[in-house]
Each structure stands twice: as C-alpha cells, then as structure tokens.
Design a protein around this ligand. Structure first.
Ligand code: AMP
Length: 474
C-alpha cells in the first residue's frame, strides 16, 4: 500500500484499493496519478489491461467535490466500455458518495436525464452525449475534467466530429486527459488543438509477451469450422473468445457451435444494449465459456480469465490484432492466440504480419473430424413471410424449407444449393447465394488448392476478401 500512498492518494481511497486487493500501482498508475492530482493534461499511451481506468480515475475522484454540479465527462467509444469505466468510478468513489451517470444510445433516455441532473461524473458515448447536449439535458458549464478514453478507437469508429463538437462545448478552463493504445497523427492534432502542455506517458499493457503464445493454422476453407471445434474440445482452457469480422459470421458461427452443444454466446453491435449487457454478464460470471464476437462488441472490455483467443476471421490490421490478443495473458497468466486462416484470410494476415514485433508460429494441423454446419437462413425465412401471398414467394418458401433440411459441409454446398446458384431458382442466386457468400461459403466449391506463399495467394484472393468485409457490418 505504501507505493500507492506515495502517489498522494487519501487514506479513504487507499482503503478502497486495499479492499479491491490492489497492492501496488501498475506502471501507468504510478506515472499518471500524480499528474492528474496536480491538474496536468496527460496523453496516456496504454491499452486496456494496463490499469488505465484507475490511472485517471483515482486522481479524478480525489479532486471532485460532491454536489458541485457535473464536473467530469468521460467519453468512451462503446457502451460496454462506458459501463465498465462507470462501474470503476462508482466503486472507488463510494467514500465521497459521488453520483456517476452512464449514458449511451440504444436504451431509454428518460432515466439518463434524471441521472444527469444530480451527477458529478458522467461516462458516455459521443452520440448520446451530443443528443443530451441538443436536448439541453446535460449541463457542462461546471465541467473541470474531460477524459477521452480509447481515443484511437473513437476516431476509428468515425466519432471525430462528435468528439470535436463535445470538446468545443466544454469550458476552456479544464483539465484534459487522453488515453489511446496508439498515438497517431490524428490524435496528435486533437491534442494540439484541445490540450494544454500535455505530458505524454507511454507504457506497455499488462499483457506479458512471455506468457502469450501465438500460432496460426493454415487450412482449406471447408476445414476452418471443424478445426475450431476440434481445438475447442481438445485444448484445456478457461474463457475463450472467438473473433469474427462481421455480425453475420458471428451469429453464424455462434449458432453452429451451439448446435454442437458447446456453451456459447454471440455478441455484436447489432444486438440491443440490454442483450449485450446480459451476454457480457453471463460470460463474466463464467456461465458460458465461449464468446463469439466482433471487435466492436468486445472492444476495451476487461474480462479476466481469458485463456484462448481464436481469430476465426483474421483482423484487417495489426492494430486490431493486437487489441484482440491483448485480452489474454494478463496479470501473469498464460494465454494463447490461435489464428485459423484459409486463403481468403491471407491478405489480412499479411497486413497483421507487417508488425515486426508479432511472433506467430505456424502450427501443424491436427487430424480433424469434419463437422457439418447448418446453412445460415433464418433472416431469409422472416423476410419471405411478409409477402407470402405472392406465388413466387410461396415457391421460395417450399424451396427454402427443402433447403432447410439439408445439412452441408462448410464450403461444400448441397446439391440443391448448387442448383440455386446456377440460377434455376427464382431469387436463389441473388439472395441466398450472396447471403451465404458473406459468411463462410465463397463462390468456389470444394477444397481450394493451396501452394506457394500466402502473400501472393492473398493478393489473388484480395478482391474477394475485400468484398467480404465491405458487405459485413461490424
Ligand atoms: P484497465 O486497464 O483499467 O481496464 O484495468 C485492467 C484490470 O487491471 C482491471 O481488472 C483492474 O481491476 C485491474 N487493476 C487495475 N489496477 C490494478 C492494480 N494496481 N493492481 C491489480 N490489478 C489492477
């Protein structure tokens, strides 16, 4: 506790840290807490897992006074991160009984309006904060501290104008803290425009590279799912995250794993907030052990006990890759990142490998039993119900149900499906063909021929891989 005390924190705060079991500050906490206490602007280069929330949270909580209006605004890229950060603030501000409002879109705004009236701290996503500004339900005139958490993510997600607008509406006399896993030129611009002589602090995350193994399997497309199932069943693991690049694939893989009796939940930005919260709660409480997710849904989340990260789809950049793998091998525990790639991933994998610090070994593909997948057809079924009087639609229904009964190997489609693709069947090619192509079934059938190095292969596959990602939404 002595090392925390030296940073200038109060006895009440130290007591809460002790109760939480935090014995000594992390590197970022050690460097940032004194600066925040002294009212300095700070740019913190650190990712989730470094202890950054308390690095800014401790100093902020100590400086804020009860019943003096809204004094702190923390912007986060995602709702989940807003909940997480809000939770930390609520927990560590108990001794002052500060009120923390957490505001984000996708949920009823009325409760937020009430919360905002008597809160000292607000944590929120940019869109909903702007909404409150336009309604006049947030009063920023007493604001003392502005925090941009995971600023790089906010910019990546296209929030730059919203963030700028919010900053312009904050009082000029304030302290600004910016945290970001990467400090890019754009971050530098924001800092230049809105911060006063900021101190830049950079640290590594808690992820221990010596504890993290990274491997890749290179398999034909039609074996990807089978290998995933094989590894999930064979590997000894704690919690597992399986990353996909699109919502569609996330649902599809989740449903197929569930079908095999695996304890799994899928989460992505297309679900309602309540549903996302419920899923995260179950995963956190180890009620399910596999979470299939997109980057956005899982971004910035602090979940302990993740032993395995699977990249079922390879992310497009090394930055995204590093974000994904940063969820395992934390706080001295072992972790493994497993990349399952086939030819359509070569382009992305080539991009990931541009980061020379990444050491990803090739793993020998084990003998794997082929697992059959179900076709992704549920949404399609719904749309057809709307116009079921239409004769075409009735025909579609019949065909659709026939297809429903067909189970097919991934990549090797049923005979019926092949006929549909050849255009014998109304709408089949346009609707169903494209729909399935978005996920796992590319236009080609059978086992792809793989030879040579994956970069050149990747280039040949490039267009198709790109059209995959363009169509899917994150
Ligand atoms: P963060 O980077 O803020 O998301 O924090 C990552 C994890 O580290 C969270 O589970 C925190 O509860 C935990 N943590 C933060 N500070 C400390 C500390 N000083 N000692 C031990 N664990 C910590």
């Amino acid at each position: 506790m002595e090392s925390f005390r030296k940073l200038g924190l109060s006895e009440q705060f130290l007591k809460l840290l002790e109760e939480a079991g935090f014995r000594k500050p992390s590197e970022i906490q050690e460097k940032v807490i004194p600066l925040v206490l002294n009212g300095k602007d700070v740019i913190g280069g650190s990712a989730t897992g470094s202890g950054k929330t308390l690095a800014f949270g401790a100093g902020i909580i100590e400086r804020i006074r009860k019943d003096k209006g809204l004094q702190v605004l923390i912007l986060t890229p995602t709702r989940e991160l807003a909940e997480q950060v809000g939770g930390v603030f609520a927990r560590f501000s108990r001794y002052k009984q500060l009120n923390v409002a957490i505001v984000y879109g996708g949920v009823n705004i009325k409760h937020q309006i009430i919360d905002l009236r008597n809160s000292e701290i607000v944590v929120g996503t940019p869109g909903r904060i702007i909404d409150h500004m336009e309604r006049g339900t947030i009063n920023l005139s007493d604001l003392k501290i502005l925090v941009l958490d995971e600023a790089d993510r906010m910019l990546d997600m296209g929030f730059v104008h919203d963030v700028e607008k919010i900053i312009r509406n904050c009082p000029k006399e304030r302290q600004t803290l910016l945290f970001s896993a990467t400090i890019s030129g754009e971050i530098g611009h924001i800092a230049g425009r809105h911060m006063k002589n900021p101190e830049t602090i950079s640290v590594d995350s808690y992820v221990d590279p010596s504890k993290l193994r990274q491997v890749y399997y290179d398999v034909p497309k039609n074996l990807k799912f089978s290998l995933l199932v094989h590894l999930l069943k064979r590997e000894k693991h704690g919690l597992v995250m399986v990353f996909c690049n699109t919502r569609h694939n996330t649902d599809f893989i989740g449903r197929n794993l569930e079908n095999l009796g695996i304890d799994v939940l899928a989460i992505h930005g297309g679900l309602t907030q309540q549903k996302r919260n419920r899923i995260m709660e179950k995963f956190n409480k180890n009620k399910v052990y596999v979470l299939v997710c997109t980057d956005i849904a899982a971004r910035g989340l602090d979940i302990s006990g993740i032993s395995h990260i699977y990249n079922y789809d390879i992310p497009k950049t090394s930055k995204d890759y590093i974000h994904r793998i940063g969820r395992t091998a934390r706080a001295g525990k072992d972790g493994i990142a497993i990349n399952i790639l086939s030819e359509m991933d070569y382009d992305n994998f080539g991009n990931v490998l541009k980061d020379p610090s990444l050491n990803i070994e090739k793993a020998e593909t084990p003998e794997t039993e082929t697992v059959r997948m179900m076709l992704p057809n549920q949404r399609f079924q719904k749309r057809q119900r709307w116009d079921s009087d239409d004769w075409k639609s009735r025909k579609f229904h019949r065909e659709h149900h026939a297809r429903n009964r067909e189970w097919t190997d991934e990549g090797q489609r049923g005979e019926k499906q092949k006929r549909d693709d050849q255009g014998n069947f109304m709408g089949g090619k346009r609707n169903f063909g494209n729909r399935s192509g978005r996920g796992n079934f590319g236009g080609r059938r059978g086992i792809p021929q793989r030879s040579g190095n994956f970069r050149s292969q990747g280039r040949r596959q490039g267009n198709r891989a790109k059209s995959f990602s363009r169509r899917g939404r994150f």
